[in-house]
Design a protein around this ligand. Structure first.
Ligand code: DGL
Length: 281
């Protein structure tokens, strides 16, 4: 039996989950992580629920077979909506933490009572999303906006060479502008949307483009830090938290922010994306 410190398995359809991973690394500096990008099957957002569920089960199964995993984070709204219940049923011995659009904090923050929700078509069509919106909505009105092609366009930012970077960046900005405009009036005026939920883990990677497209007239909500706090609580409750440096034996250097990368597609774009968006520095 390996004496290696067990890892937290984190997965997404591609690089989007890095927006969650960086928060996990910051909140849990003593932990090891295995980040699994299912890039060979991305994007998930416009695929069927059955496809996303099947991929999610295959990834979690492989993570558990190939790594000593003590918890799994589904760093993908689409996969959480499609598969978290069946994954928990299939793996009752491992805690599984998911991510979903942060409707509750957004409803609490909104002053106009109008909240835009940007996510994949699959997330917005899911029963889980509909039930969440009904549960936490109250007087708040949610405006769902599917962002077809956006996760894929963000994926291309990492996949292509520097030469193509300007074109890829322009494609992302253009899609973001289109989807923000499709929401209708934004800002603090009566009836306008003053809060936007980024309900796909790819979207926070283009944070400055959201700020530009909205003219900084709305609050942007990303639940990644809340996911990290939830994982910390879950691990602590099981006595499974590795505190900073606890993996080092006396006299050995402390090992921080250990990270293993796996991709079902090309590894180089994932490595480039980690350097750009999730590097511990
Ligand atoms: N990043 C994923 C999410 O949070 C999905 C993106 C995709 O593969 O379409 O929903």
């Amino acid at each position: 039996m390996s004496t290696e410190q067990p890892s937290i398995g984190v997965f997404d359809s591609g690089i989007g989950g890095l927006s969650v991973l960086r928060e996990l690394q910051a909140a849990l500096p003593g932990e090891r992580f295995v980040y699994w990008a299912d890039s060979g099957h991305a994007p998930y957002g416009e695929r069927s629920t059955a496809f996303v569920r099947e991929r999610s089960h295959a990834v979690v199964q492989a993570l558990r077979e190939q790594h000593r995993v003590k918890a799994v984070v589904i760093a993908c709204n689409t996969a959480t909506a499609a598969a978290i219940d069946s994954l928990r049923h299939a793996h009752p011995d491992v805690p599984i933490v998911g991510i979903e659009p942060a409707l509750k904090p957004a409803a609490a923050l909104s002053r106009t009572g109008h909240v835009g929700v940007l996510a994949t078509r699959s997330t917005l069509a899911s029963d889980r999303f509909q039930q969440l919106a009904e549960r936490v909505g109250g007087d708040c009105h949610f405006h769902p906006q599917p962002c077809d092609g956006l996760a894929d366009a963000i994926e291309q930012l990492a996949a292509h060479s520097q030469d193509d970077a300007a074109e890829d960046g322009a494609a992302v900005r253009s899609l973001i502008r289109t989807y923000v405009q499709a929401l209708g009036p934004i800002g603090g005026g009566a009836g306008a949307i003053d809060t936007l939920v980024l309900g796909c883990t790819h979207y926070p990677l283009a944070w400055s483009d959201w700020v530009s497209a909205t003219g900084a007239k709305v609050q942007l909500i990303d639940p990644a830090a809340a996911v990290a706090r939830q994982l910390r609580r879950v691990l602590a409750a099981r006595g499974a938290l590795s505190e900073d440096g606890s993996c080092a034996r006396a006299g050995e250097p402390r090992v921080h922010l250990q990270l293993e990368l796996v991709s079902t597609g090309e590894l180089a774009p994932l490595q480039a994306a980690v350097a750009r968006w999730a590097s511990p520095g």
